[in-house]
Design a protein around this ligand. Structure first.
Ligand code: NAG
Ligand code: NAG
Ligand code: NAG
Ligand code: NAG
Length: 618
């Protein structure tokens, strides 16, 4: 059954290999929950992590002693394997497994290191002699992409260390400033900008608590990951508007001690605060799952271990529910302000020395079944590993290589008959997910003024300057119109539903700051800022909570003029159902077939000038 399904899919596994029948043309973007290529065809991320360039050092002892590296695997801060295996053989193994996307780690330390790699570290790839580890990283990207494998850059760590404890890598600004983090990212993206098979920037790995501070999602402060990733994503897209921006949720908060709050928010907070970049359709969310971690379990044994269940302790139903509510809902819900692909970009389990009937083995099969059922994007951790000549190693990699010689002796490859994970992997590769054309979908994106301006119109950024000096300003991405506002002033909703892109070719705009365009009194006694005829509202500005201006854009087509007043000062009045884009504020929105013609507010009486009614026009 599984086998025959495979021939319907894009990918199929024969006895010993999976073959790629798909071709795609970058650059990639998103349509709803899917990633698509330049022609609108689905690109499913059949991914794997090729780790090493972010370091494997465990942090103590002689760094040149393999024993002081995770699982005895010393990468010398390059993608693992190059010491013993010619790179083409490594890439062959990826193709045999059906991998089309590589998540390629780097550390900040690696990209600034000018040391020439020791020839013995690249003994199986003498063409890399004389290079720095960053130049080897360049060469690895060139080799992967020359064979059509998409690469996603992943800022895994600051220091070149094995990840992810309390190790100075917890947060993007942990060992240096936020500005340096963004500057480095822009530099890395510029470095590979001409190679369109470098499809994504995975902003930071496993954002988590450091000794004293929890990361937060919105709300301000240096530890605000939602804001930092919003800003970094916009900066990267300014450099390279073609690249996908991958944002992980929050991996860990709290103290892993029974009696204290602790857990993995993962992508849960996206439901009330999502990203809107100035380049549309470039956002992908990501989440990590391992058997030994849990929704409230750190994964530790001994210190840091709590009585919470690990993912492997959950029933299949409970596992599916928690994966859904903490991650996949972002992709699977009806169109919402947060809708985006979700990439499960780390999951894995040991293949040798793990009993497939153990809880780890059962977890893996359940996890793979979930990926199949939800047609999810994924990346296994890790693809490459070593076994010592006597067969020792941690056995997590899908492809293991013999640490003797430099000709790439394979030992313990996924399909050699010794790895119980092969059957689940084939099921995953053979699953019949969505293929071919993905219809263009309507977009719903939220705007937040919680942390100051969010001008997501490229046109406004380039041409309008500070159009309401001293006010906080929000403008929808070009092609989207405003369709909803929150009564506490700070949130809005944009869409292109029904009308598609409305922004006229002349890009005419008008910032309205009085009632000069009011033609009928649709909110008697209230101040009404209304767009001129043929214009629609695309943004707004506030001072404190008081409405300051509305941004009107000239429409590319003749607009209807039948208006109705939607009040939301005493409760929600919504014409759409796209999630909670103004959490704990009353929300007012038009229906998908309307546009906003004006905004009403007053500072009279007890009112504070916050948006209170909109004129919905069709
Ligand atoms: C990667 O993250 C580290 C840790 O926060 C940061 O210091 C570094 O600048 C980042 N590098 C890039 C290229 O983003
Ligand atoms: C478990 O984790 C979730 C998500 O972070 C959190 O909301 C919840 O409070 C945690 N529960 C406990 C008992 O710590
Ligand atoms: C996951 O969540 C989506 C959106 O809320 C829902 O449609 C779907 O039925 C859920 N699936 C599971 C397995 O819970
Ligand atoms: C690794 O290769 C050596 C040399 O060919 C061989 O003796 C050894 O058995 C191999 N080890 C494994 C685990 O395959």
């Amino acid at each position: 059954m599984r086998f025959s399904l495979g021939f319907l899919g894009l990918w199929f596994c024969l006895a010993a290999t999976c073959a790629n029948a798909a071709s795609y043309t970058p650059p990639l973007s998103t349509r709803g929950r899917y990633v698509v290529d330049v022609n609108g065809n689905r690109f499913r991320m059949f991914g794997g992590n090729w780790h090493g360039a972010s370091g494997t050092y465990s942090g103590s002892g002689d760094i040149n002693d393999d024993a002081n590296h995770h699982a005895g695997e010393n990468s010398h801060t390059m993608p693992l394997g190059l010491q013993y295996v010619p790179i083409d053989q490594i890439i062959d193994s990826f193709e045999q497994m059906g991998i089309n996307t590589i998540r390629l780690q780097f550390s900040n330390q690696m990209i600034h290191d000018t040391t020439i790699v020791d020839p013995s570290w690249v003994a199986a790839n003498p063409q890399f002699t004389g290079l720095t580890s960053l130049q080897v990283y360049d060469a690895v990207i060139a080799a992967l992409t020359a064979r059509g494998i998409a690469v996603i850059l992943n800022n895994h760590t600051d220091l070149s260390l094995w990840c992810c404890g309390i190790d100075g890598n917890e947060r993007w600004d942990e060992s240096q400033s936020y500005d340096t983090w963004v500057t480095d990212w822009v530099m890395m993206v510029a470095r590979y900008q001409n190679n369109k098979f470098v499809i994504g920037a995975d902003l930071y790995n496993e954002v988590r608590r450091d000794i004293l501070t929890d990361p937060v999602w919105g709300g301000g402060g240096d530890a605000d990951w939602q804001y930092a990733s919003q800003q970094a994503g916009d900066a990267i897209l300014t450099q390279n508007p073609d690249i996908l921006i991958i944002v992980e949720g929050i991996n860990w908060i709290g103290l892993p001690v029974d009696g204290f709050t602790h857990g993995r928010p993962t992508l849960t907070p996206v439901g009330t605060l999502s990203h809107t970049f100035h380049v549309p359709n470039k956002l992908v969310y990501a989440a990590h799952f391992y058997s030994y971690t849990g929704p409230n379990h750190s994964g530790a044994t001994g210190i840091g271990e709590t009585s919470d269940p690990r993912y492997r302790d959950l029933s299949r139903t409970d596992l599916f529910n928690v994966m859904n509510s903490s991650a996949s809902y972002v992709a699977l819900s009806a169109p919402s302000h947060f809708t985006a692909p979700v990439w499960m970009n780390e999951f894995g389990v040991g293949g040798r020395g793990t009993d497939p009937s153990s809880s780890d083995g059962v977890w893996f099969q359940n996890f793979v079944d979930y990926l199949v059922q939800t047609d999810a994007e994924f990346a296994f951790w890790p693809l490459v590993g070593y076994l010592t000549p006597d067969g020792q190693g941690n056995g997590w990699a899908l492809a293991n290589w013999n640490k003797s010689g430099t000709t790439g002796l394979s030992t313990g490859q996924l399909f050699d008959g010794t790895d119980w994970r092969a059957s689940a992997w084939k099921e995953l590769m053979a699953a019949s997910g969505k293929t071919g054309q993905v219809p263009a979908t309507e977009q719903w994106r939220m705007l937040s003024l919680d942390r100051g301006d969010l001008i997501q119109s490229q046109w406004a950024r380039d041409n309008l300057g500070d159009f309401d000096n001293g006010a906080s300003k929000a403008v929808c991405p070009d092609g989207l119109r405003l369709i909803g506002l929150g009564h506490s002033s700070t949130r809005g909703l944009c869409t292109d539903a029904t009308y598609g892109s409305l922004f006229a070719a002349d890009h005419a705009t008008e910032v309205v700051f009085d009632e000069r365009h009011v033609t009928n009194d649709w909110a008697s006694g209230w101040t009404k800022y209304q767009c001129p005829a043929g214009y629609y509202v695309a943004g707004w500005a506030i001072r404190g909570v008081k409405t300051s201006t509305v941004m009107c854009e000239h429409a590319s087509k003749t607009l209807g003029t039948n208006g109705r007043t939607v009040w939301f000062n005493n409760g929600d009045a919504r014409g759409e159902n796209t999630g909670d884009w103004a959490n704990s504020q009353y929300k007012g929105s038009c229906t998908a077939s309307e546009y906003i013609g004006g905004v009403a507010f007053t500072t009279g009486g007890v009112n504070n000038g916050a948006p209170s009614a909109i004129n919905c026009v069709s």
